[in-house]
Design a protein around this ligand. Sequence first.
Ligand SMILES: [Fe+2]
Ligand SMILES: [Fe+2]
Length: 160
Amino acid sequence: MASKALHQKLNEQITHELGAEMQYLAMSFWFERENMPGMSNWFRKQAAEEHEHAMKIVGFLNEWDLPILLKSPPNPTTEFENAESIFAAALAHEQGVTKQITEIFSMAREESAWHVEVAFQWFITEQVEEEVNARDNLARIRMVGNNPAALLEFDRHLSA
Ligand SMILES: [Fe+2]
Ligand SMILES: [Fe+2]
């Protein structure tokens, strides 16, 4: 079905997704304090998506009759320099997750765990989208620079 190593990786991925949820919540709360409700809302939605990702893997493990050995994620970073540094951190985070997902996919293929490979195709597609969004946001916040009007406009854009 799945090797011990792959089973462990799948369990770890649940923790990574929950860690991403916590990290995005911390970013959302920072924006809230900085009076940027649109960006705060965007990160809160991202956090909810990360929670769904974790639950999706939980669902897979249940279907495959593999025990879930839940571990806590590390504490999130809560202090940031500015909005740009948050969007840069979010992109770096998504790139890291893409690497984790790719590793699971490669392991599944190597050991002919086709059910895992098929299930993780969804995550591969999802990560492409996540990286596109993160890159767009970073590019836009860099364009905003020190222009308050542009910042408010971008904040409004992300509230939609
Ligand atoms: Fe995720
Ligand atoms: Fe993500």
